[in-house]
Design a protein around this ligand. Structure first.
Ligand code: ADP
Ligand code: MG
Length: 364
């Protein structure tokens, strides 16, 4: 094993059924050594099942799991040398904070003095140095989750698995802990596989994000890649906000080429083909709200009306209704170039072809 592969986690062709439910449907994926990988998807998309297979608490029906290049598919969970943090605080209620953190070291046969020293160090790492003597019930939710984190890192595992560890915390604390965990991960150089259904959390924390839907891997990439170049409409909708506009291809088009799209009412607009398209095929165009170009007149080929203006400080979101009946959201950042559109005013819309991605319509 090369030093570089220490802490690399890979699943290959992972399949897991629960009765008739295919929870994981042939997923191949790797977290590189020292990488923060988020598994992101809606509830029931198979995120936790993948994590439980990596941890060894679920046995896959098919596929292979390697950790630091060692095949662990049939290795017991306690022999995989992983740290784990779950949504609910899993501290032992009858043990002090320090004893909770020292527990995994005790299980590994580390002597009393040594495990206390290491537990204190881990406690300091999560900024709770003075809390060792408390009982878990005497801590807030965020503090308990920090203790759970300290317990997971105390034996310096090369890999940390986390399943929605912040979802029980309120928003402000969650955002603070997101950055804290991210910094800690960098500091320790540990590989993290982090399950979340919250796209903002994934974008904030992860080096790369794996987007899952119905047990299948849709796309894996950096936050920027997923936002700028979603491979399918599901990813486009799930990462950030996207307008979806129905139309038909006006011509055959290869992936990456510019193509005219005929909208309802026969207006033809420009987009970039994200899949091979044949003339007249049903497509959906995805355009980000901040990439729509709007002017306060009705002269353009795509015209509509302002239905609502929602001022939110940093930006104003305009809800626009097109002549075709479709509703789009447009965002204008506050500042020197901010738009100021009157409610119910007429507008025309356009966009750069590279900002509009044409996908084959789902189910077409
Ligand atoms: P996620 O973590 O993305 O919300 P899960 O991996 O928990 O999704 O679940 C994926 C699918 O597998 C869901 O349909 C869920 O109901 C099902 N499932 C998960 N665990 C079990 C189980 N132990 N028994 C039966 N069905 C399960
Ligand atoms: Mg889950």
């Amino acid at each position: 094993m090369g030093e570089a592969d220490q802490g690399r986690v890979a699943v290959e062709g992972l399949v897991k059924h629960f009765g008739s439910v295919k929870a994981v449907d042939g997923v191949s994926l790797a977290a590189e050594s020292g990488e923060f990988l988020a598994l992101l998807g809606p509830s029931g998309s198979g995120k936790s099942t993948i994590l439980m297979c990596i941890a060894g608490f679920e046995t896959p029906d098919a596929g292979r799991i390697t950790i630091s290049d060692r095949d662990v598919t049939s290795v017991l969970p306690q022999r995989r040398n992983l740290g784990m943090v779950f949504q609910r605080y899993t501290l032992f209620p009858h043990m002090s904070v320090l004893d909770n953190i020292a527990f995994p070291l005790k299980m590994r046969g580390v002597g009393r003095a040594e495990r206390e020293a290491q537990a204190r160090e881990a406690l300091a790492t999560v900024r709770l140095a003075d809390y060792g003597a408390r009982m878990p019930a005497q801590l807030s939710g965020g503090q308990q989750q920090r203790v759970a984190l300290a317990r997971a890192i105390v034996y310096r595992p090369p890999v940390l698995l986390m399943d929605e560890p912040l979802s029980a915390l309120d928003k402000a604390l969650r955002e603070e802990m997101q950055l804290e965990i991210k910094h800690l991960q960098r500091e320790l150089g540990v590989t993290v596989v982090f399950v979340t259904h919250d796209q903002t959390e994934a974008l904030t924390m992860a080096d790369r994000i794996a987007v899952l839907d119905h047990g299948r891997l849709c796309q894996v990439g950096t936050p920027r890649e997923l936002y700028e170049a979603p491979r399918d409409p599901f990813v486009a909708r799930f990462i950030g906000e996207t307008n979806m506009i129905d139309g038909r291809a006006a011509a055959d088009a290869a992936v990456g080429s510019r193509v005219g799209i005929r909208l309802v009412g026969d207006t033809v607009v420009e987009a970039t083909a994200m899949a091979p398209l044949t003339r007249d095929a049903a497509v959906v165009i995805a355009v980000r709200p901040e990439r729509l170009v709007v002017s306060a007149d009705s002269g353009g080929p795509v015209s509509g009306r302002v239905r609502e203006a929602i001022y939110a400080g940093v930006a104003t979101t305009y809800v626009l209704e097109l002549a075709t009946g479709a509703t789009l959201r447009m965002r204008s950042a506050t500042g020197a170039n901010a738009l100021d559109l009157p409610a119910d005013g007429a507008v025309s819309l356009s966009w750069a072809a590279e900002d509009a991605r044409a996908f084959a319509a789902e189910g077409a």
